[in-house]
Design a protein around this ligand. Structure first.
Ligand code: ADP
Ligand code: ASP
Ligand code: MG
Length: 413
């Protein structure tokens, strides 16, 4: 007997029919003698609708009430899934975040899970009951509902798998695995049979939304065997040729580049004529950090006159307005021009083989140059290179880099 966590994303539970289809998969796993915990997302589109309702009332609304509203979609699906399982003769009940409980810190809207006492779930499993847990939501120590950030139901599933020491965590979604890039943008994208935790973490953090970054981080830290598979294929977990996320040692042939990712979720902030003196970076970035704003790519130009310099950095698009406010309040930036641009994209190439090969960045830059795409900023780490470009070139850049790194599917029509 194995213990498995099955997670179904929004498209996989988009209506009662799809919930029944997902329930069939759960039933098939139970019939094989497995103990099963199910995690569900809100029905497709529901969370967006709830976010929109909050913004209609107040664009800068109280984060605690925002969480109370947007968490509600998952509660509906968890009840419906438990009903579908009961209809199939299974013993099943729903659990909201607070009923598990998924204890989170109080960073509303992007909370982190601190602890999951497993007693309630263990009691349920002991009674041969299928626990259906509402993804995305948790409870703070002070008893407030919180959420884990958009896409966070993946993280609920992996965290639960770690807490109950599950043998496997299957993430059912609307594609049949992790691809070399978003298959909706590049039809020639190739499915990866295996991908390392390290690469998957970079890909997720750099825009491949198929997995929530924190879920990969947790799977890596707790050694949770993680699989991505389609809820629309007839197979169930152990029979599915989905994508396994595995340790680097389990990958024989390490590709130099395994994925191309993109994100349009960042804004570029440019500061013109910043005083060039020791401590200036700290006096800018410390207040942004204190305001909970995550700064990503930072570029500082040389100072031609030794007195002032220009500085560019990126922040999440949703934080751009707040970033401007914080910057405008800073004494050392009096007289500095602050420009905010939302029309940028970050394009990245990721691969564990990159660390031992030269010329990878050069191929990236040449490919972009050949397509007349200007690079606004560059950052690298051992297994990735990212560039900022004008957003309108996103698709062209992704497609051309995918081709240049020989990732296009061969033998296609
Ligand atoms: P769910 O609702 O099941 O959580 P998501 O929409 O969050 O599903 O994630 C699945 C989507 O991720 C796919 O439909 C696909 O368009 C997108 N995606 C982006 N990058 C990749 C990638 N590299 N491989 C697979 N899917 C990707
Ligand atoms: N329903 C949430 C969202 O749309 C969480 C999830 O689906 O993972 O972001
Ligand atoms: Mg998702």
């Amino acid at each position: 007997m194995s213990r498995i966590v099955l997670k179904f994303g929004g498209t996989s539970v988009a209506d009662p029919n799809r919930i029944e289809n997902a329930a069939d998969k759960v039933q098939a796993e139970v019939k094989r003698g497995n103990q099963v915990i199910v995690v569900v997302s809100a029905m497709a589109g529901v969370t967006n609708q709830l976010v929109d309702y909050c913004q209609q009332i107040d664009p800068g609304c109280d984060a605690k009430e925002y969480d109370a509203v947007v968490a509600s979609g998952e509660q509906v699906t968890s009840g419906l899934m438990a009903l579908a399982l009961q209809k199939r003769g299974l013993n099943s009940r729903s659990f909201s975040g607070w009923q598990v409980p998924m204890i989170c810190n109080d960073q509303h809207g992007r909370a982190r899970i601190d602890d999951i006492p497993a007693e309630n779930l263990e009691n349920c499993l002991k009674k041969n009951c299928v626990a259906v847990v509402a993804g995305f939501q948790g409870i703070t120590k002070s008893g407030r509902i919180t959420t884990l950030g958009r896409g966070g139901s993946d993280t609920t599933a992996v965290a639960l798998a770690a807490a109950v020491q599950a043998d496997r965590c299957d993430i059912y979604t609307d594609v049949d695995g992790v691809y070399t890039t978003d298959p909706r943008m590049v039809p020639l994208a190739r499915k990866l049979n295996k991908v390392s935790y390290e690469e998957m973490l970079e890909m997720a953090a750099l825009g491949a939304k198929v997995l929530h970054p924190r879920s990969v981080e947790l799977a890596m830290a707790w050694n949770v065997p993680l699989q991505v598979l389609s809820s629309f294929n007839p197979q169930i977990g152990s029979d599915s040729p989905g994508t396994m996320i595995v340790s680097e040692e389990d990958i024989m042939e390490k590709q130099i580049v395994n994925g191309v990712t993109f994100t349009r979720n960042e804004a570029k902030i440019t500061l013109l004529s910043v005083p060039d003196m020791p401590g200036i970076a700290a006096s800018i970035f410390a207040p942004l950090g204190a305001a909970g704003i995550n700064v990503d790519v930072i570029v500082q130009n040389v100072s031609p006159d030794g007195k002032t310099t220009d500085m560019t950095f990126t922040v999440p698009k949703g934080d751009a307005a707040r970033t401007k406010e914080v910057l405008e309040s800073l004494e050392p930036l009096k007289g500095t021009q602050i420009r905010v641009s939302n029309d940028i994209a970050k394009i990245s190439i990721v691969g564990i083989g990159m660390s031992s090969h030269t010329g990878v960045a050069q191929t990236m830059f040449t490919t972009l140059a050949e397509n007349k795409i200007n690079i606004l900023a560059i950052t690298t780490s051992e297994i990735k290179v990212s560039v900022l470009i004008d957003e309108k070139f996103t698709e062209l850049a992704v497609r051309e880099l995918h081709k240049a790194f020989d990732l296009d599917q061969k033998n296609v029509g």
